[in-house]
Ligand binder design. Structure first.
Ligand code: 1CP
Length: 351
């Protein structure tokens, strides 16, 4: 039976206030991939359960979502799931191989293969995401906001064509020139499926993690229109259903060349990777967008004093207004857990 109890009142709303440009008590901080491989309790749970079983079982997904919050004074939680649940819901097999990452044994090789995808009913195959989000909102007891997320079309298309992660995305990039019309169909199909994932989270993040493989020109052609569409349709749908809007973050890794263009897409927050200078980024996006990021995940391997100094310097550059502290990409598996405390404390004490 669906849980229809009202959600607990939010106590720490600094994340949402920062996203809306309101005054915050302290600079909010969370970390991409904060629920995951660097935590021994996650590794322990993964010994007992397959990756996608964790995603599909709300109790387990909530447990993993909660793990970093038990240890660190974070200002947000992010629901445990993966961007590859969408290709799965579209009928592709996705396996998670230990030490390798995601593997899609029957990738999309040719435009003909698009017929294998099953967009009809994809939404109903993703109800477990919404169920986990609803359960998590209760379990959080209003401590911090809950972030939902999705992969952006170009990034998802890349995994579906390459059959997993790729250093070059060469097969997916070949599609752009070899099958431009089919690529548009493909990207639009993913935009549609993505639209169906939003599920009552208090904030959403769109991951365009593979933007780093595109030239600026290709980013503007093959990513930007679909990123615009995701945001516009989301706002449109929520408005029509009289559901209050939630802030949306765009994180296009490696697209620091197009910050101005990104700032014109209607997103509330733009996530930055570590290659971008905070002061230059602010000048490009103007005063009305919140910035998120962007410590180099590798800095988490430095000693505590160095990490503290770098974090403090970063927060000073961004300032207290319209800023959410984070890494410039996901936390990496071998990161010492103690670095998380140093990071979080340094952010909170910086201003
Ligand atoms: O066996 C395991 O436990 C696998 C490790 C793992 C985890 C913990 C994977 C495999 N995915 C996740 C969870 C996950 N994935 C979250 C959880 C919430 C959080 O704490 O942040 C999120 C937000 C993601 C999103 C995701 N998955 C992205 C976008 C973010 C990013 O890092 O750029 C991408 C590209 C993926 C694909 C994926 N899933 C897993 C891996 C190792 C990868 C990347 C593979 C590659 O390209 O090499």
């Amino acid at each position: 039976m669906k849980d229809t109890k009202p959600f607990p009142v939010l106590k720490n709303d600094n994340l949402l206030r920062a996203a809306r440009g309101e005054v915050v008590d302290r600079v909010p901080v969370w970390v991409m991939r904060q629920a995951g491989r660097y935590l021994p309790e996650f590794q322990e749970l993964r010994k007992q359960h397959d990756f996608f079983t964790v995603c599909r079982t709300p109790e387990l997904a909530c447990e993993v979502t909660m793990q970093p919050l038990r240890r660190f004074d974070l200002d947000a939680s992010i629901i445990f799931s993966d961007i590859l649940v969408i290709p799965q819901a579209l009928g592709l097999t996705v396996e998670m191989h230990a030490g390798v990452g995601p593997v899609l044994p029957q990738p999309i090789n040719t435009p003909e293969d698009l017929k294998r995808l099953t967009p009809d009913g994809a939404l109903s195959r993703l109800t477990y995401v919404g169920d986990a989000i609803t359960m998590m909102r209760h379990k959080l007891e209003g401590r911090v906001p809950l972030i939902g997320f999705t992969g952006a079309p170009w990034t998802l298309m890349g995994y579906m064509i390459e059959g997993g992660g790729s250093k070059t995305m060469s097969k997916a990039k070949a599609w752009l020139s070899d099958h431009p019309e089919d690529t548009k169909l493909f990207l639009n199909l993913l935009t549609d499926a993505i639209m169906q994932v939003k599920a009552g989270a208090q904030m959403l993040q769109v991951f365009e993690s593979s933007a780093e493989h595109l030239t600026k020109e290709d980013f503007l052609i093959w990513a930007v229109p679909y990123l615009r569409r995701i945001r516009d349709e989301l706002v449109d749908r929520l408005t029509k259903k009289a559901v209050p809007l939630v802030p949306i973050t765009l994180f296009a890794k490696g697209a620091g060349h197009s910050l101005k263009e990104q700032s014109e897409l209607g997103y509330d927050v733009i996530g930055l990777d570590w290659t971008v200078d905070p002061i230059e980024a602010r000048a490009l996006v103007g005063p009305n967008i919140t910035l998120q990021g962007n410590l180099d995940p590798q800095d988490m391997y430095r000693d505590a004093d160095e990490l503290r100094a770098l974090t403090t310097e970063m927060v000073h550059k961004f300032g207290k207004s319209r800023y959410i502290a984070n890494l410039g990409h996901g936390i990496t598996p071998q990161t010492p857990i103690t670095s998380m405390d140093v990071l979080v404390e340094a952010v909170h004490k910086a201003l």
